[in-house]
Design a protein around this ligand. Structure first.
Ligand code: HEC
Length: 123
């Protein structure tokens, strides 16, 4: 005969494992709906001209004589509202335009756009 002794052991060891959502985030790479070329052709070209020659009617300055570095700086300022800080110039009109363009999906990488514009203007 065996007396069954049922020992109920409640093991109240709650192991809370904080498993951090293991998305090993490297640098966040932003993806854009359109390429810089597509954005330029669909939007910028209207005011800036196919060769960056500008448009007096739209008060758009000539930008074809800028270097890639200058273009990148100006585009960066225009996108980030940093006029007067880094380039020392004011682009209030263009900053406003840029916000509207980004809202419409005309977003792009500043470096890629600067390179594209430079190459397009110097074909
Ligand atoms: C509706 C017309 C219009 C469109 C569209 C437009 N721009 Fe402009 N842009 C201007 C005007 C006007 C200026 C000059 C006034 C100012 O800088 O605020 C300017 C200035 C700039 C400047 C500064 C130029 C300088 O001399 O320093 C850059 C860079 C620029 N635009 C880039 C772009 C890019 C990139 C796009 C397309 C994504 C674009 N623009 C689309 C009208 C436009």
């Amino acid at each position: 005969m065996t007396n069954k002794i049922t020992a109920i052991t409640i093991s109240a060891i709650a192991t809370i494992a904080f498993t951090a959502c293991g998305t090993n985030k490297h640098e966040e790479v932003k993806t854009y709906k359109m390429s810089a070329a597509e954005v330029f052709q669909a939007s910028c070209i209207k005011c800036h001209g196919a060769n960056g020659e500008g448009n007096p009617e739209k008060k758009t300055p000539k930008i074809s004589d800028k270097t890639i570095g200058e273009l990148e700086q100006d585009i960066y300022d225009v996108k980030n509202g940093g006029s007067n800080q880094s380039s020392g110039t004011t682009h209030t009109v263009m900053e406003h335009n840029m916000q509207k363009l980004i809202e419409k999906g005309y977003d792009y990488d500043t470096k890629v756009m600067a390179t594209y514009m430079y190459e397009t203007f110097h074909k």
